[in-house]
Ligand binder design. Structure first.
Ligand code: P6P
Length: 339
């Protein structure tokens, strides 16, 4: 009855995190409660995103409804849901959202020990054409929740204790690491629960795919241009890599995590720090990549060693299969030793 046992032994996210928590006897379940509120936000967004197409017909998010009222854009709506869920969890003290210029300092009466940095709906410009989008988040823990300053979130990504994303695509997939490996869960809409479908994800050591916006090629620096050239015209007689670029970070990173290869958003002449944000795009995806046996590099250093000076700082990012990133690091090192 192995198959039956599998079918009836439902490994939900909550059960998985409780198992992980048993490894940290000091924790009092606060993290589990925090995560359950993040999961609630994702379930809401999943439902709203799936209705988005229909919304055009019945005038919901982002459209004017029958009363002619301007409905909130889906990313604004998602942000409000996450902020309210995180504040009401009573486990957070600072929130940094892609949607909010300033950080949110939670009222002392509702404060907890965690800081959450998140992009509630990354890639939202892709909603109207039905391309997968996602929520990305990272979690820091503060030492003393009663006098927190912004410095608590201007920390290197290596201080994060957890990170993850939820991808709203053909199915709703939640990928999470709490520092001991990466696990994937898929929403079962009939249960309203995320069930573990991808235990202990490991990224292939080397991949056959590169993922970059080739439209920026004119502005790339030497090492990036050399690396992409190598992908397309390998000198060692191996076959060229395939290019896959969706333009939605969560979708591009999820494919990279499962299939291997590299995802690049390099610096270029127009944007010397690249485009992607350190706290709630670069750090969480870099955390996951390392936990899955891959690497994440900024062109200058290990991505998780970066220390942001402002909450919306950007950084170039090269992440993915271990061996492929080694090649990129070698090209940048060579450029330093003979510019
Ligand atoms: P470009 C989406 O707008 C986003 O923030 C990421 O999700 C995605 O990886 C990137 O920007 C795409 O940027 O310049 O290639 O369109």
């Amino acid at each position: 009855h192995e198959a039956d046992a599998h079918r009836t032994d439902l490994m939900t996210i909550t059960r998985h995190v409780l198992n992980e928590q048993s490894r940290h006897p000091e924790s009092k379940g606060d993290f589990t409660i925090l995560l359950s509120h993040i999961v609630l936000g994702c379930k809401f967004v999943c439902s709203a995103v799936n209705k988005a197409g229909l919304a055009k017909l019945i005038g919901l998010a982002g459209e004017t409804n029958v009363q002619g009222e301007e409905q909130k854009k889906l990313d604004v709506l998602s942000n409000e849901v996450f902020v309210k869920a995180l504040v009401s969890s009573g486990r957070t003290c600072i929130l940094v959202s892609e949607e909010d210029e300033e950080a949110t300092f939670v009222d002392p009466s509702l404060r907890g020990r965690y800081c959450v940095v998140f992009d509630p709906l990354d890639g939202s410009s892709n909603i109207d054409c039905g391309v997968s989008i996602g929520t990305i988040f990272g979690i820091y823990m503060v030492k003393d929740k009663d006098n927190v300053t912004l410095d608590e979130v201007l920390q290197p990504g290596s201080n994060m204790l957890a990170a993850g994303y939820c991808m709203y695509g053909s199915s709703c997939t939640f990928v999470l690491s709490t520092g001991s490996g990466v696990n994937g869960f898929t929403l079962d809409p009939s249960l309203g629960e995320f069930i573990m479908t991808h235990p202990d994800i490991k990224i292939p050591k080397k991949g056959k795919i590169y993922s970059v916006n080739e439209g920026n090629a004119k502005n790339w620096d030497g090492p990036t241009a050399k690396y992409v050239e190598k992908c397309k015209f390998p000198k060692d007689g191996s076959s060229p890599k395939s290019l896959r670029y969706i333009g939605s970070m969560v979708a591009d990173v999820h494919r990279t995590l499962l299939y291997g290869g590299v995802f690049l958003y390099p610096a270029d002449k127009k944007s010397p720090n690249g485009k992607l944000r350190v706290l709630y795009e670069v750090f969480p995806m870099s955390f996951l990549m390392e936990q899955a046996g891959g690497q994440a590099f900024t062109g200058k250093q290990r991505a998780l060693d970066l220390v942001p000076s402002k909450i919306h700082d950007r950084s170039p990012i090269f992440l993915g299969s271990y061996d492929d990133i080694e090649e990129i690091k070698a090209l940048y090192a060579a450029a330093v030793s003979n510019p």
